[in-house]
Design a binder for this molecule. Structure first.
Ligand code: IDP
Ligand code: MG
Length: 138
């Protein structure tokens, strides 16, 4: 059974898409194992996106991710990492197919509604980053 980390980013929260996004996961039949609401610190945002440090949009990305509260979710299930990445859609709005979350709600730019882990290794690291052991009940 896999676990993956999803973050409904600040624009998703501001646009009142929390319910819509969670409903998609529930209707798909995926299990929610953890969920919490809060504003990301700059330190955690920089750690989460360290692989993009140096890119022209990095500062804008950190400002965006810390600009308001987000929803953190851990979802579980067989092949849940790839299933959710497909439901999320491509990074760039122009490539995100209709029917995906980004395809339905995102426009070009850094703001693209949602984050989802892209591999088992990143899921393990990202879950530990945002749900440290003392905070985990399961
Ligand atoms: P992902 O979120 O689909 O996994 P990544 O390449 O890991 O995509 O990029 C992380 C985040 O950085 C994206 O979701 C988006 O918010 C932002 N980003 C990525 N590439 C660009 C870009 O070319 N311009 C502006 N923002 C970008
Ligand atoms: Mg990524």
């Amino acid at each position: 059974m896999e676990r993956t980390l999803v973050i409904i980013k600040p624009d998703g929260v501001r646009r009142h898409l929390i319910g819509e996004i969670i409903q998609r996961f529930e209707k798909k039949g995926l299990a929610i194992a953890e969920m919490k609401f809060g504003t990301m610190t700059k330190e955690l945002a920089e750690e989460h996106y360290h692989h993009l440090a140096g890119r022209s949009f990095f500062d804008e990305l950190i400002d965006y991710m810390t600009s308001g509260p987000v929803v953190y979710l851990v979802l579980t299930g067989e092949d849940v990492i790839d299933i959710i990445r497909k439901m999320v859609g491509a990074t760039k709005a122009v490539d995100a197919v209709s029917g995906t979350i980004r395809g339905d709600y995102a426009l070009p730019g850094t703001e693209n509604i949602i984050h989802a882990s892209d591999s088992r290794d990143s899921a393990t690291i990202e879950i530990a980053r945002f749900f440290p052991p003392f905070d985990t009940k399961k």
